[in-house]
Design a protein. Structure first.
Length: 278
């Protein structure tokens, strides 16, 4: 099959993704299982590779320590702090994402938030981010739903949603049936065609990038694999994990496996880059 990802697609993505913020870069790097502890010198080297000035990395690292998103292991060496553990764990879920899905019997998980209001925009943003990360869609104002096809129990899901920003006054319910006065199923809230197309595009993007990088220099490989890998990992972690009735599960599985292969390709390069940064 001919790839839909061409050089212009890849170059366009790299251009859009070329400069993550200092905060996003630091937290993303330290959320990697193989880079759980990094020195300031190493963080600065990564920052320079991705367009961040050393001063920005130093100032941001200090601020993240104050916010307890980072903590110091020893002078000039950092790891994820207590307030960053939830997001770190969420960021690494892509590796086991397929294990979180079980068969769907037609039931739903519903969360009622209408009584919480929308006056506090910060709370609303955190609430909606939590819903996005768990694949919820808003059925009507203040009622968020998703298929009940995840391994975790409703109490576990509620606890995880609250850790990610949902207010503890929200109400979570499990329902066998949803009647909402519409002729169509609530499943139309998710665009399965777009999800299937994005699974395919993600696989092709990873394959094209690895093929292109085989004979490139270390800095080019390190920079591109970080940007491409982070892009695809965000895609996997944002996937709603719909039942197999709704999407092509084989395409979703291929994307996760392709990302694992890409990770095995890039991590030896990253290790060499880190060693040179000390």
């Amino acid at each position: 099959m001919r790839s839909n990802v061409n050089v212009l697609d890849l170059d366009g993505l790299l251009k859009r993704e070329r400069r993550p913020t200092a905060k996003r870069l630091i937290l993303s790097l330290l959320s990697q299982p193989r880079m759980a502890t990094l020195s300031l010198r190493q963080l600065v080297a990564w920052g320079e590779l991705l367009g961040q000035k050393p001063a920005a990395i130093r100032v941001t690292a200090g601020r993240l320590v104050k916010e307890e998103l980072l903590k110091t292991v020893r002078r000039g060496v950092y790891t994820i702090g207590p307030n960053g553990l939830v997001l770190r764990d969420k960021a690494s879920e892509w590796m086991t994402t397929l294990d979180r899905i079980r068969g769907w019997k037609g039931g739903w998980i519903c969360v009622h938030t209408a009584h919480l209001g929308k006056a506090n925009r910060r709370n609303v943003r955190k609430r909606e981010r939590a819903f996005r990360l768990f694949g919820f869609k808003e059925l009507v104002d203040g009622v968020w739903i998703r298929p009940d096809n995840l391994v975790c129990t409703p109490p576990q899901m509620y606890a995880d949603l609250c850790k990610l920003g949902l207010e503890t006054d929200a109400v979570l319910l499990r329902s066998d049936v949803i009647e909402h006065g519409q002729p169509h199923s609530p499943l139309v809230l998710w665009c399965s065609d777009t999800l299937n197309a994005n699974y395919e595009k993600g696989v092709e993007l990873l394959q094209h990038s690895e093929q292109k990088l085989r004979h490139q220099d270390l800095h080019t490989i390190t920079r591109e694999t970080f940007l491409i890998g982070e892009h695809v990992i965000r895609q996997i972690n944002a996937d709603p994990l719909l039942p197999t009735d709704c999407i092509d599960a084989s395409k979703r599985k291929k994307l996760v496996h392709a990302m694992k292969r890409y990770s095995e390709f890039c991590h030896p390069q990253w290790a060499e880059f880190l060693a040179q940064s000390e």
